[in-house]
Design a protein around this ligand. Structure first.
Ligand SMILES: [Zn+2]
Length: 291
């Protein structure tokens, strides 16, 4: 099964949907960050949503970041994405372990925490980024994002996200969808969609049975005629570089840099998103300070 992301719109243009299979993407994130099963689920759900929300952006250079900060042991989640569904992300405590919840499932809400906030930062190439901010609803991420779309973007949305891991913690399936109802669609449409969603079991169960994400989405959209507008391959890719790290070093200021060189003989900096390390020798730092 290969990752893919579909952008869809109903024939009458009143409903739009995004559906994504992200098994490879989330497995890549798990391996890079050595994520525990629950951290895999939490970051995986956020990355999957991030990929879809990136594609919602209008322009090729637009970027989006989702930050979730709850009072649970996971400590926080960051996922960043762009218009091409290239995503990267990390959690603060990748090794968190919790007992399954009452339903026998990974307790993502417990790991994230139910008190806290979710914010979405959109860099649209303007002077100031757009920032949307909502309190957490359940810490399960799907519900929290649904609340975000309603409160911050005034767009009623159904968000379903899921990650299933096997006994040794590897990702078996991952995916999700977002269905958004335009104001002219009417409230009964949303009610029907929500009712349909309530009747299906989890996304990952169907994915593990070999169903395609668009088939699962169809169980929710029912008779609505959804047309595929675009198919994109979502990927976990980090865009860090030595130049970018240099800029981060410059922002520390020359005094701080000199202090580090004095103590450690060199400066080593690690990218939070992909854990690549960049080291700078004394000469290189001197050059940066001079410039
Ligand atoms: Zn990186």
């Amino acid at each position: 099964m290969s990752d893919k992301l579909l952008r869809m719109i109903s024939r009458d243009q009143k409903i739009r949907a995004f559906a994504a299979e992200t098994t490879e993407l989330v497995e890549t994130a798990r391996k890079i960050h050595q994520l525990s099963p629950i951290a895999t689920a939490a970051l995986g759900r956020t990355l999957t949503a991030g990929a879809m929300m990136g594609v919602m952006l209008k322009n090729p250079n637009d970027k989006l970041t989702i930050q979730i900060k709850g009072d649970g042991p996971l400590g926080g989640i960051i996922a960043a994405s762009n218009h091409q569904a290239k995503v990267k992300g990390y959690v603060h405590n990748p090794e968190v372990y919790l007992e399954p919840n009452k339903l026998g499932k990974l307790d993502v809400g417990g790991a994230v925490g139910r008190n806290g906030y979710l914010n979405v930062i959109k860099d649209l190439g303007l002077k100031e980024p757009y920032i949307g901010f909502v309190p957490l609803v359940s810490g399960e991420i799907g519900e929290d994002l649904s609340y975000y779309f309603l409160k911050s973007e005034q767009t009623p949305s159904i968000v379903a996200l899921g990650v299933m891991v096997d006994r040794i913690g590897e990702v078996m399936t991952s995916g999700g969808f977002i269905v958004q109802v335009m104001p002219e669609a009417g409230e009964d449409v949303l009610a029907t969609l929500e009712k349909n969603l309530g009747n299906i079991s989890s996304v990952t169960t169907y994915l593990s049975q070999g169903k395609k994400i668009e088939e699962i989405l169809e169980m929710v959209t029912g008779k609505i005629d959804m047309q595929v507008v675009d198919i994109i391959k979502p990927k976990f890719i980090c865009d860090c570089s030595r130049e970018r790290m240099e800029k981060a070093l410059i922002s520390l200021g020359s005094k701080e840099l000199k202090d580090i060189i004095e103590k450690q003989g060199q400066v080593e900096i690690e990218c939070h998103f992909c854990l690549n390390k960049y080291s700078f020798s004394k000469e290189q730092i001197d050059n940066i300070i001079e410039q």
